[in-house]
Design a protein around this ligand. Structure first.
Ligand code: ADP
Ligand code: MG
Length: 725
């Protein structure tokens, strides 16, 4: 009886039409929606200690959080000098303790009435008077009946997110808990199973009714985990089904191009290179070659850290395509990068009779038209460009290979649009952002994976340090001293996000300031995001030609730019960059056999917090991670050069939501699963989903109807790329 679940929450006890409206505002319309409004936190009796014990823990050197349950005795606002603080004195069955707030006093002042019961969680300290004190703790109000029951029976109490829309209708923690609990008690029995029965039993999962009940009122922690895992599995199972469909709808039954790989042109090409390919490059090349020779369309991801030499591998694949009479397209995320690729490629093929063309948005009409004609008439063999490549006006004559550089900058959809321009062309996507295994199994699960796990031999690991703004004069001097050794430097100036105008102003001010002070006697250039690509390109070319010693820059240099003599990069305001962005920026240097330096500048005092990162990171709570995020990022940068390691840390720092958060990934946002935590479940879910899809790609068998139904209901957007979409 699904209909009961589909009725409005308004009919639930103590809801009514007015409150139902505010539920609607937060996306809860039906009773069913409410059943899936899961708690975000729980209070577990067994994790609660009394205040005397907490104080003893502290004396013993314990540094973690504790939870204490007690009653408010009194509260007061205390003034000291010009400041004030709000202090609440509390008491539990073993003694007294206090909570203090230095900010948001107005907000807290009206809470904490004498006699009220609260659960307080935080990392406590002992004051100089020997009092146990919690500063800015998490707190949950409990009613006295509830807390008695809670204490006596050891119940676990759920806490739900309480948005302001609900608060406005006088719904507090307690009333929300009661409303949900009423719904669960009276309606959860009508829930229909959303996973096939055989999967539930094979995987020993809880059925949906038990799982929902347990999530809202778990008997113990083990039961809670079991219930949560059922939803994690379910979510990942459906996502992996999509991945499997995406993978197989291209491979099965589709005839690709069987390229012939002739040794001569490749040998000749390699002999013109100023270096030998690394073992890793050779290995990857042979994987690509096998794909190209086979009759199935290649869909492969080439993953390799910044500077590992992906471009040359891609180029050889393009040569193979061209040698077979096909066109190859290389798509780059920015015009400046497309242009760099175009220049390099043109140089490298100058000894052949192949022709490369560039196609980007910023070109003059006539120039573009000429390019379009040549592409159409197949006078052009290798076409390099930006997303301009998949515009409707671009008509390839015989597109056989598509290569996408810096894949993470493009969406899945763009990849598919470019592929449609040929008849099942081979596809190679490249990324410098190393993708943790859990992600390559999900977002990119439809791609085969090749990894360049070795840097060219001449490379020396980049030295990365963190310095305060006060050190800048010394750093500028260092940059100047190094010029005589042939070093060039990037100085990335502080981020300005507010507006284009402001960004320009900031860039100019920063440039002028350095020009008139530390860098008055050297050749100084500037590049920023507000320039047209031609201007940017001109500057980069000048920099490459050593017309500047130092380039003041925004993050436009982030992706792919290759200047071998640039061996110092200073990143101002480093705290404000993400980890992968920092790693990308750092990748701009260290591309030669000279020692390179990456200097991160912090505008906060630099504290060396060794223990924070080395010892505790793995065990830090989410709240702590949140608090120390930027510090951890800086420390990670100084300690690791491996992009893979950094990506793992990044995944942990950003949490799962963020990864699927962008539309880019073409994947739904994760509601229950945390890829950093749930990798084992992911592997199971993947196995299970792939087995089913491989046998029944279109989900036609009666046993799979539920799966089909669920996918159609919840993943319409993603099904575009599959047979049943
Ligand atoms: P990325 O993988 O980041 O795209 P690139 O392909 O731009 O890196 O290569 C970085 C630099 O390393 C380029 O200057 C390239 O010519 C050079 N390079 C590539 N392969 C090798 C190699 N095997 N030995 C030495 N240098 C190499
Ligand atoms: Mg590159």
């Amino acid at each position: 009886m699904q209909s009961k679940l589909d009725s409005s929450v308004q009919y639930l006890k103590s809801v009514g039409p007015k409150r139902a409206e505010s539920f609607q505002k937060i996306g809860i319309n039906t009773i069913c929606d409410l059943l899936f409004y899961f708690p975000t936190r729980y209070l577990d009796r067994r994790t609660i200690i009394n205040s005397v014990k907490a104080a003893k823990y502290l004396i013993d050197g314990y540094e973690g959080e504790v939870t204490i349950l007690g009653k408010v005795v009194s509260s007061e606002v205390i003034r000291y000098g010009k400041k004030q603080l709000f202090k609440v004195s509390m008491k539990d069955n073993s003694g007294f303790y206090e909570c203090v707030w230095f900010q948001g006093i107005k907000f807290f002042k009206d809470k904490f009435k004498p006699g009220e019961q609260y659960a307080i969680s935080a990392k406590p300290v002992l004051t100089k008077y020997g009092n146990l004190q919690f500063a800015h703790p998490d707190f949950d109000k409990l009613d006295s009946e509830e807390s008695r029951e809670f204490l006596n029976t050891g119940k676990i109490i759920p806490f739900y997110r309480l948005p302001k829309e609900l608060k406005a209708k006088n719904i507090g923690d307690l009333s929300l808990r009661k409303i949900v609990s009423f719904a669960v008690e009276n309606y959860s029995q009508y829930l229909k199973e959303t996973l096939p029965q055989n999967i539930i039993s094979e995987q020993s999962l809880l059925n949906i009714i038990d799982a929902v009940n347990t999530i809202h009122s778990p008997k113990n922690n083990e039961a809670l985990i079991e219930a949560k895992n059922r939803f994690v599995f379910e979510e990942l199972f459906y996502i992996e089904s999509l991945v499997a469909m995406r993978k197989h709808s291209f491979k099965k039954n589709i005839r690709g191009i069987k390229f012939k790989v002739a040794a001569d042109p490749i040998k000749k090409f390699l002999s013109k290179l100023p270096f030998d390919l690394t073992e890793a490059q050779l290995k990857v090349l042979s994987e690509i070659r096998k794909d190209m020779e086979s009759g199935k369309p290649m869909s492969r991801m080439l993953q390799g850290d910044v500077g590992s030499g992906k471009t040359v591998v891609a180029l050889i694949a393009m040569l193979i395509a061209a040698d077979n009479g096909y066109q190859a397209a290389l798509m780059a995320p920015t015009e400046i990068l497309a242009n760099q690729h175009f220049k390099n490629i043109s140089n490298l093929i100058s000894h052949t009779n192949l022709k490369a063309n560039l196609l980007i948005g910023g070109q003059r009409k006539s120039e573009k038209q000429k390019n379009l004609n040549e592409i159409k008439l197949q006078e052009s063999d290798i076409i390099v460009g930006t997303h301009a490549l998949f515009e409707d006006t671009v008509d390839f004559n015989k597109l056989g290979l598509v290569i996408i550089d810096e894949q993470h900058r493009f969406g899945v959809e763009q990849r598919f649009r470019l592929m449609k321009k040929g008849t099942s062309p081979d596809v190679l996507v490249m990324t410098a952002t190393p993708i943790p295994r859990t992600l390559s199994m999900t977002v990119y699960g439809d791609l085969d994976l090749s990894i360049i796990d070795e840097m060219p031999k001449n490379r020396i690991p980049i030295i990365t340090t963190l310095r305060g703004e006060g050190n800048l004069p010394d750093i500028y001097q260092f940059i100047k001293d190094k010029i005589s050794d042939g070093y060039q430097s990037f100085v990335v100036y502080p981020l300005v996000e507010e507006s284009a105008k402001l960004e320009l102003k900031a860039a100019e001010e920063y440039y002028e300031k350095l020009k008139s002070t530390h860098f008055s006697d050297i050749k100084l250039g500037m590049i920023h995001g507000r320039m047209k690509w031609k201007e940017k390109e001109e500057i980069m070319l000048k920099f490459a030609a050593k017309e500047f010693d130092v380039l003041i820059s925004t993050t436009v240099i982030e992706v792919g730019i290759d200047i071998p003599d640039a061996n110092i990069i200073v990143i101002n305001d480093a705290f404000r960059f993400g980890l992968s962005q920092l790693h990308q920026l750092r990748g701009r240097v260290g591309r030669s056999d000279k020692q390179a330096y990456c200097i991160l500048i912090s505008n906060k005092p630099v504290k060396k917090q060794k223990s924070l990162f080395e010892n505790n990171f793995e065990y830090m709570s989410k709240a702590q991670i949140e608090k120390y995020k930027s510090q951890i990022r800086m420390q990670a940068m100084t300690e690791y050069t491996s992009g893979f390691k950094l990506a793992e840390i990044d995944l942990k720092l950003r949490g799962p939501g963020d990864i699927f958060g962008t539309k880019q990934s073409g994947m739904p946002e994760l509601k229950y699963a945390d890829l950093a935590r749930d990798s084992e479940i992911l592997i199971e879910a993947k196995k299970c989903a792939f087995e089913i899809i491989e046998k029944d790609l279109k989900l036609e068998s009666p046993a799979n109807q539920l799966i089909k139904e669920q996918l159609k209901k919840y993943y319409t957007e993603q099904l575009k790329f599959s047979f049943i979409g």
